[in-house]
Ligand binder design. Structure first.
Ligand SMILES: Cc1cc2nc3c(=O)[nH]c(=O)nc-3n(C[C@H](O)[C@H](O)[C@H](O)COP(=O)(O)OP(=O)(O)OC[C@H]3O[C@@H](n4cnc5c(N)ncnc54)[C@H](O)[C@@H]3O)c2cc1C
Length: 469
């Protein structure tokens, strides 16, 4: 019975950060996660300040037989980063970001948020390729891959990773890079939180912004098939500085959206131009023009320069903490006619205005990266990453219907998907896919490395790679 053990006196003296226990004023806040459906009650939350704290927390948990969860940004949709009756290694205070503009390298704390990393790197007109919502954690996102607006230009977050400080299951702190512990370094770049707690990442940064250009053309559901065909024709023609997404969503209540269109479900074609620091990317303008000329008339059409940091937080609000979420994903080669049929049919059935389908373009730098240099599961062939995201307000009204919608949509899409891998960071709980399917041909090597660094599978609250026998 964990409740009767005094974890405070057991752990507090061994670490500099706070220890939060049931009954403490900030306990409920500390156990909360982004996904409002996750409601777990850990026995102890160790708010670590440095690698020594992380080591102390792991050693303590193991000596007390407590299951361990590791919290970066708290965005894990199945809630891997919090555990009933166990110990949470909470990295949220380890959020420092130091940028060296001369070497274009950034050292980023294991608990930093994307918004914190973006703000620090943009001081120097630099960016690390990462995800699209500012309050996501660098930790979980990077260790699983890391897709976002920069994927075409700079690849995945794992491609930009150059080193990591890691606390292993036995409490040792090691450094991993191409030269030091190279197997561990390989495994960290895609293998999720299976191999240890990363207390600091080192990334290569790329020149981006400070301004980018955004173009959005929005169409009603009636034009779905024509718009998706237009998107299919556009993807192979994209210039290198331009990235492109299809988003099935409800029109936002923004000033640039005509009142009659606000909240209407439809499809947005989003064009981001990164080629001009002032946000006047003429290649992006040309893509917008060609979309306008090549398809049905959009319900609205918006174009503007925008700070890169604002782009990175543009959809933070509709994805605020506490929403109820269920998601699934898959990779596609292109929006073929049978896929368009599935998408148009299922998008029309979504009920919650918050639910979205994102289709990200992964080619360019994603394909140029050496696929064998990282453990990321998908092959480096041009592809689309589809996220089907069921979202409702924090009151959870209508959540079951959205979850069923996601499941039915995904089931219909999977026979048409690329089968080499599934994106680990978008694997819903109870997905029914074995973890080996996430990593394809790389799973065996991952399992061997897991056996070396975590033979007792201490870090298992993740898409769990079992130690090889
Ligand atoms: C709103 C939202 C937007 C998203 N957008 C994107 C996107 O644009 N692109 C994309 O690729 N993915 C995206 N994702 C998926 C996201 O990458 C995963 O949910 C990821 O796990 C979140 O990481 P976190 O640190 O915030 O989560 P947490 O819940 O804190 O952790 C998730 C997992 O990572 C492990 N972990 C976290 N930090 C560390 C660390 N420092 N060391 C070791 N293990 C660690 C945890 O143990 C846990 O297993 C999004 C998710 C959400 C909810």
């Amino acid at each position: 019975m964990t409740a009767t053990i005094d974890h405070s006196s057991g752990l507090s003296g061994r670490m500099t950060g706070d220890v939060v226990l049931p009954g403490d004023a900030d306990y409920d806040d500390a156990r909360r996660r982004w996904n409002g459906t996750v409601d777990r009650r850990p026995a102890v939350i160790a708010r670590c300040r440095d690698a020594a704290d992380v080591a102390a927390a792991i050693t303590y948990a193991r000596s007390e037989g407590l299951e361990i969860a590791v919290r970066g940004g708290g965005h894990s949709i199945p809630g891997h980063s919090v555990v009933d009756d166990g110990l949470v290694v909470d990295l949220s205070a380890m959020n420092s970001v130091q940028v060296d503009p001369a070497t274009r390298r950034a050292r980023v704390g294991g608990g930093a948020l994307l918004s914190e990393m973006d703000a620090a790197t943009q001081e120097y007109g630099l960016a690390v390729p990462c995800g699209q919502i500012g309050h996501t954690g660098v930790g979980g996102l990077t260790l699983g891959g890391g897709f976002g607006w920069l994927t075409r230009m700079a690849g995945l977050s794992v491609d930009a990773m150059r080193g990591a400080e890691v606390v292993l299951a036995d409490g040792r702190t090691v450094h991993a890079s191409a030269d030091e512990n190279p197997d561990l370094f390989w495994a960290l770049r895609g293998g999720g939180g299976n191999f240890g707690v990363v207390t600091e990442f080192e990334f290569e940064c790329y020149p981006v912004g400070p301004m980018v250009s955004i173009g959005m053309l929005f169409y009603g559901l009636d034009d779905a098939a024509a718009v998706l065909r237009l998107a299919r024709e556009t993807v192979p023609t994209l210039p290198p500085s331009v990235t492109f997404q299809v988003i099935a969503m409800n029109a936002p209540p923004e000033p640039f959206v005509p009142e009659a269109v606000r909240f209407r479900p439809g499809y947005a074609l989003v064009v981001i131009g990164m080629g001009d620091p002032g946000g006047a990317d003429t290649d992006a303008d040309a893509v917008c023009e060609s979309l306008r000329a090549g398809g049905p008339p959009p319900l609205f059409d918006f174009r503007s320069p925008m700070p890169y940091v604002a782009l990175q937080q543009m959809i933070d609000e509709p994805n605020a903490w506490g929403v109820h979420c269920y998601d699934k994903s898959c990779f596609l080669t292109e929006l073929s006619d049978p896929i368009i049929e599935v998408v148009t049919e299922h998008v029309a059935r979504k009920q919650s205005p918050l639910s979205v389908v994102n289709v990200l373009t992964a080619d360019g730098a994603y394909c140029d990266a050496d696929g064998d240099a990282t453990s990321f599961g998908g092959e480096r062939t041009p592809r689309l990453l589809v996220f089907i995201i069921g979202l409702t307000l924090p009151d959870g009204v209508g959540f079951e219907a959205e979850r069923d919608w996601v499941r039915a949509f995904h089931t219909a899409l999977m026979p048409l998907a690329i089968t080499d891998a599934i994106y680990v960071n978008a694997m819903g709980s109870g997905d029914g896919h074995g973890v080996s399917a996430l990593y394809g041909r790389k799973y065996e090597r991952l399992a061997r490395i897991k056996a070396e660094v975590d033979p007792e599978n201490v870090f298992h609250r993740n898409a769990n790679i079992l130690p090889a026998p």
